[in-house]
Design a protein around this ligand. Structure first.
Ligand code: HEC
Length: 127
């Protein structure tokens, strides 16, 4: 490979990486707005996602702490819990549908693209 080709490919790779990272950051920022706003996720999961929202004391099981970054439900049966697909299903349909607590409500009113942003945000809360 000529030096110039090598340079062009490397540059493309770097630019692609930058744009992917920036997209993920934009998603997470949009996710925070939904989490704090119409999602009202913090009422149970807490303003910073550690599971200590005002409603949490009355709940059993407790809302998940996103600081731990571990998830319970494998909603699509692929053998892995907590994939993006699983979190989308849980947030959209609620946990009860997958054998979990009915106190994790489904939010079918939130469009999938916004749920993706919520997921991106939740992933940034892992310690
Ligand atoms: C009324 C309280 C309540 C609200 C509001 C709530 N959650 Fe939950 N959430 C829970 C509880 C309780 C659990 C644990 C369910 C279980 O273990 O069966 C949970 C679990 C979860 C999980 C973990 C699923 C897993 O596989 O471990 C995710 C992700 C989640 N919630 C996201 C959200 C998002 C995003 C919002 C806002 C759109 C939200 N929750 C709003 C109570 C709530």
């Amino acid at each position: 490979m000529k030096k110039i080709e090598y340079f062009v490919y490397t540059l493309c790779g770097v630019l692609l990486l930058i744009s992917v990272t920036q997209n993920a950051m934009a998603d997470a920022a949009a996710g925070k707005v939904i989490y704090d706003g119409k999602g009202a996720c913090g009422s149970c999961h807490g303003p910073t996602g550690v599971g200590d929202g005002p409603a949490a004391a009355a709940l059993d099981p407790k809302p998940r702490s996103f600081a731990e970054g571990t998830f319970k439900y494998d909603t699509d049966g692929d053998g892995k819990a907590g994939t993006d697909a699983d979190l989308l299903n849980i947030i959209k349909n609620g946990a009860a549908k997958y054998g979990g607590a009915p106190t994790m409500p489904g939010r079918a009113d939130i469009p999938d693209s916004e749920i993706q942003a919520l997921i991106a945000y939740i992933r940034t809360l892992k310690n």
